[in-house]
Design a protein around this ligand. Structure first.
Ligand SMILES: Cc1cc2nc3c(=O)[nH]c(=O)nc-3n(C[C@H](O)[C@H](O)[C@H](O)COP(=O)(O)OP(=O)(O)OC[C@H]3O[C@@H](n4cnc5c(N)ncnc54)[C@H](O)[C@@H]3O)c2cc1C
Length: 394
């Protein structure tokens, strides 16, 4: 059996590995020229933990994870206004959670392809794809040119992220499925050993209204930044101006650490709408979507990477034993049925978090400080994890 997987992100690589282990021939088509190095610090907890343990990926993830002591909110003078011990968050998240840079998670999933017999899974970086198609004879992709030739297979897996092109061509236009949550998020890395030393081993978060800058110091001497700000989505790209300018306008004045970060901000960093993807079905004919492509939960749920691992593993395990094209439809329907409740639960958590993630006024900010401080009291860890860190506690 043959599969084409579009996208060598977390979901695509994990799906490909599980199919390869089950004996499928898999080609993963990725448009970037190599493993993507840009990224942000992620919490990894929930379904991805159990799934990565089950498929043997967890030790690789633990090996590249970071130690985080605490999340600290700071005012414009750099004074800590509230603090939450990370251990408390880990306990609330079920006892197991890792802090991972997104590229490290992706690279671990790529390296885990070594477990598959040689030649079964091929990853083709720099693939320029033009058209995805599906008919009664099978599925296929057409490349833009001879460097990305046309290919056919038994199954096409769209693992191409929140702005999935497979979804747009075979399920309908993006605006039908994308649910913006009223904010944007930017992320980038800066080389700044002084800043790194300042924020090391903690998430430094600005205690600000309508926007929040988060900084984490990496072992490379770099600082990983994530900037989240309110945006109704009514302005066109042009009206918003260049990303670097926009971020400087939005975030200047939040303190010297953030000002230094902004001075080093690259010209065109990652900056995208914070949104979810909601679809009534994730498969049709022999095409299936996985990861953010079908069920993005948003950074507010703090579980997209975790769900990409768990969803990819489940899809691979359900589809893996299928040995003839006749069994594909049923397997894809089973994947949708079994995986949907988990995704919908995480999406509901993300939507709840959207209401309080960025305080809209001083009163809401004060309330957040109060709840975090109260977290020192025994027994309310779970509330804290849910309300402050805005992650799904189970
Ligand atoms: C700022 C931010 C913070 C986050 N924090 C967390 C967190 O704390 N915890 C957590 O679990 N999750 C977090 N997430 C979410 C998480 O990063 C995503 O949910 C996860 O990366 C989704 O994985 P994926 O494999 O489905 O998609 P992606 O990682 O988007 O991978 C898709 C891949 O497909 C490729 N591709 C796209 N189009 C094409 C095409 N036409 N042809 C070929 N290839 C294509 C892309 O280049 C990419 O490699 C965060 C996200 C953001 C933006």
């Amino acid at each position: 059996m043959k599969a084409l997987v579009v996208g060598a992100g977390i979901a695509g690589l994990v799906t490909a590995r599980q199919l390869g282990l089950a004996g499928w021939d898999v080609v993963v088509l990725e448009r970037s020229e190599g493993p993507r190095t840009a990224g942000y610090m992620m919490d990894f907890f929930g379904p991805g933990v159990g799934a990565s343990e089950r498929i043997g990926l967890y030790p690789r993830l633990a090996a590249v994870s970071y130690r985080v002591d605490a999340a600290e909110y700071v005012d414009t003078n750099g004074r800590v206004t509230s603090r939450i011990d990370y251990e408390r968050f880990v306990r609330a998240a079920g006892g197991k959670a890792l802090s991972l840079m997104r590229p490290d998670l992706e690279r671990a999933a790529l390296e885990a392809l070594d477990d598959v017999p040689a030649g079964r899974v091929k990853v083709r970086y720099g693939s320029r794809l033009n058209r995805f198609w599906a008919d009664e004879d099978g599925v296929g992709v057409d490349g833009e040119d001879s460097a990305a030739p046309s290919r056919t297979a038994d199954v096409l897996v769209g693992a191409d992220g929140i702005h999935s092109e497979v979804r747009a061509q075979l399920f309908g236009p993006e605006q039908t499925w994308l649910r913006p949550l009223g904010m944007r998020a930017a992320a980038f890395l800066v080389e700044a050993p002084d800043l790194q030393a300042h924020v090391r081993n903690r998430f430094m978060l600005t205690d600000s209204i309508d926007r929040m800058a988060g900084l984490y110091g990496l072992r490379t001497g770099e600082v990983a930044a994530m900037l989240v700000y309110r945006d109704a989505g009514t302005l066109s790209g042009e009206e918003r101006g260049g990303t670097q300018n926009r971020l400087r306008q939005q975030f200047t004045g939040l303190g010297t650490a953030v000002d230094r970060l902004l001075a080093l901000c690259p010209e065109d960093p990652y900056d995208d709408v914070v949104a979810q993807v909601v679809m009534p079905t994730w498969h049709r004919s022999r095409v299936v979507l996985v990861g953010d492509a079908c069920g993005a939960v948003s950074l507010l749920a703090g579980q997209g990477g975790s769900l990409a691992v768990a969803g990819g593993a489940l899809l691979g395990d359900i589809l893996g034993p299928v040995s003839s094209p006749q069994g594909i439809d049923d397997a894809l329907a089973e994947f949708d049925r079994r995986w949907r409740p988990t995704v919908e639960r995480a999406q509901a958590s993300g939507r709840r978090a959207a209401a309080s993630f960025l305080p809209a006024n001083r009163w809401q900010r004060l309330r957040r400080r109060w709840i975090i401080r109260a977290s020192g009291l025994p027994g309310i860890d779970r509330i804290v994890a849910r309300q402050i860190v805005n992650r799904l506690a189970r």
